[in-house]
Design a protein around this ligand. Structure first.
Ligand code: HEM
Length: 417
């Protein structure tokens, strides 16, 4: 298994730390009391909410225009209503934020372009492909990482397992050689740090363009079984993907698939470790795994907010939203709406299954959700099988989940055996 962190000439610069900090890690420990307060005032907040967390600047650069009033749906119903209606609540605003470095990706497309593009991309994410990845990639990657600390009796599960494993999975899906992985990961994180480091984000964007253009040319000449090979050959009604379109998707894949999955599995493990009776229940009855994964995602979604723009004047819960307004859709607040979940701040495996919003909803609902669920099942099962009596280390220095836009624990020091 290759080392994941990159050795970079710019040794003082840690893109991973810069990104975490820019997303509120360390500064915001628990945003939920504020979410509850705001939701109780009104299900749809008018005006910026970052100030309530001590941020002067919005986390989303699309919200920096002081002449524009943002709106934030906070209740489950308001969030779902926005995400369901892609005609009224457009995704095109991403073109002015993440699109600057990502290119014209699926995230910023509206219908009918979005549907046509998604149908092509989906050809790489079949049930058969997923079964293959589970056995050939996810299982061996997870076992290989655990091999490195299983005999030691202690480990930091975030740094040594949850953080590296989804990156390795995506690199494997793309058929990238292991030695390319550290730089690929670094550039992908620099790419999404554009809110704080726009220049660095643009350089990373060009680096990834050149990198993937080379791989695409190779796969066009000699296709293999990986995702890039499927994308260069994908066809629907005579339509094929251009290199630009494939590159925009590949630039998105690592932030969309790895940043989220590493954080969601860390959050679930944190919930289990801090609730040992529920950890024991899951260890003894693996049929609870699906419920545990959904509850982890509901309780602490790794990504608390996504963006939309009002395409027309619209009224939501009595609040008038003018055309052109940016909307910060608060998945984190929607997922803890007391109108939908009793005692919503409690992590509780025995809740009855109900739709949550961690994967969004509607036309842009996460394309990789089945993959994420499969990866999480494999990694949590492996932890329970291979690390007997796994528990938080007694001397662990206050492990906790933090962050505002992206949330996860910085570390999970455990002992076992
Ligand atoms: C627990 C892990 C994950 C979470 C919580 C998550 C969450 C989300 C959310 C909230 C969106 C909607 C974004 C928006 O509309 O603004 C989304 C879209 C997307 N996700 Fe995930 N995701 C996860 C894992 C993955 C994985 C593993 C992949 C890899 C294939 C992936 C690929 C995508 C793609 C391509 C989209 C865009 C879909 C579209 O615009 O139609 N995600 N995800």
């Amino acid at each position: 298994m290759s080392e994941v962190r990159a050795d970079s000439p710019d040794e003082d610069y840690d893109p991973f730390a810069v990104f975490d900090e820019s997303m509120g890690a360390g500064a915001v420990r628990d945003p939920h009391p504020v979410f509850h307060e705001l939701r109780a005032e009104c299900p749809v907040l008018t005006g910026p909410f970052q100030a309530r967390f001590g941020f002067d600047e919005p986390l989303d650069p699309a919200l920096t225009n002081p002449d524009v009033t943002p709106f934030t749906p906070l209740s489950f119903d308001a969030v779902q209503a926005v995400l369901k209606d892609g005609d009224t609540f457009s995704s095109s605003g991403y073109a002015d934020s993440i699109g600057l470095v990502m290119g014209h990706s699926i995230l910023e497309m509206d219908e009918p372009e979005h549907h046509a593009y998604r149908s092509l991309i989906q050809q790489a994410f079949t049930r058969k492909a997923m079964d293959g990845w589970e056995v050939e990639l996810v299982g061996p990657i997870v076992q290989g990482l655990i091999d490195q600390f299983a005999d030691r009796g202690h480990a930091d599960l975030v740094r040594e397992l949850f953080w590296p494993f989804p990156v390795h999975v995506i690199a494997g899906m793309l058929g990238l050689p292991a030695e390319e992985l550290p730089m690929f990961h670094r550039k992908a994180v620099e790419l999404i740090s554009l809110a704080v480091e726009i220049e660095r984000g643009l350089v990373a964007s060009q680096w990834l363009y050149d990198f993937f253009a080379g791989v695409i040319a190779e796969r066009r000449a000699a296709p293999r079984g990986d995702v890039i090979s499927v994308l260069v050959q994908a066809e629907l009604d005579g339509q094929r993907l251009t290199d630009e379109e494939i590159i925009a998707f590949l630039r998105l894949l690592l932030p969309a698939g790895a940043e989220t999955t590493y954080r969601s599995s860390s959050n679930l493990m944190y919930g289990l470790l801090t609730s040992p009776d529920q950890l024991d229940r899951l260890r003894d009855d693996r049929s609870l795994m699906g419920a545990a994964i959904e509850e982890g995602l509901r309780w602490e979604p790794p990504l608390t907010g996504i963006a939309r723009t009002a395409a027309r004047d619209v009224e939501l819960d009595g609040v008038l939203i003018p055309a052109g307004s940016p909307i910060s859709v608060c998945l984190g607040a929607g997922n803890r709406d007391p109108a939908r979940w009793d005692d919503p701040d409690r992590f509780d495996l025995s809740r009855k299954p109900q739709q949550h919003l961690a994967f969004a909803f509607g036309p842009h609902m996460c394309l990789g959700m089945h993959l994420a669920r499969m990866e999480t099942t494999v990694v949590i099962n492996a932890v329970l099988d291979r690390l007997p009596n796994v528990r938080l280390a007694a001397d662990a220095a206050d492990p906790h989940i933090s962050g505002l836009a992206f949330r996860s624990p910085g570390q999970l020091p455990v002992v076992f055996g």
